[in-house]
Write a protein of this length. Structure first.
Length: 186
């Protein structure tokens, strides 16, 4: 089996609670983002942008997320425990990457979104290949706050990617339905 197929099968959503305390170097972060940058992009639009929160910047992000959750959650859905959990996930991560997509206006919006999603998948696969884990979360109370991420009018935050080093020995089994349920030849 090809190395790529093995890598794709190895990729998992790894929650920040499953990370150890290792801080990923900026050099490795740039390698991961370089892989993202090599995603396919129709007409070479490159409709993605990444904002990396590491070190103390994670604290600012955690405060923003917690206060935004409190501000936008309805009183009957607000949970102080959930609010703390949002901040804790950020601080358990080595880095958190805001995933920004831009509508180019030259292509249908879905093509820009598809290209950005391809870049995110490349990011995730590169992180997996380097021994790191990640988790893509898209809470609406974060994504709709364009100002915090300095989004232009034609940009949207697609969520946050939590990145860290999985704890030693972490095993997350994966199952998939049989491929034949999703494929037909004509």
């Amino acid at each position: 089996m090809s190395q790529f197929l093995e890598l794709a099968k190895k990729r998992r959503s790894i929650q920040p609670v499953m990370f150890d305390d290792v801080q990923i170097s900026n050099e490795d972060i740039l390698k991961i983002l370089e892989a993202a940058h090599w995603a396919p992009s129709h007409k070479k639009i490159f409709p993605w942008r990444f904002i990396v929160f590491g070190g103390d910047a994670r604290e600012n992000l955690a405060e923003f997320v917690k206060s935004n959750y409190q501000k936008l959650a309805s009183p009957e859905k607000f949970s102080e425990m959930k609010q703390k959990k949002f901040g804790k996930k950020i601080m358990q991560s080595s880095h958190v990457i805001a995933l920004i997509s831009k509508e180019s206006g030259e292509l249908p919006a879905w093509e820009d979104l598809a290209a950005t999603s391809s870049a995110i998948q490349n990011l995730w696969l590169a992180a997996t290949d380097m021994g790191y884990g990640g988790y893509w979360s898209s809470p609406s109370f974060v994504c709709k706050e364009k100002e915090f991420f300095d989004c232009a009018e034609n940009e949207s935050c697609l969520g946050l990617f939590y990145l860290g080093k999985p704890k030693d020995g972490l095993q997350i089994p994966a199952t998939r339905p049989d491929l034949s349920e999703f494929v037909s030849f004509r």
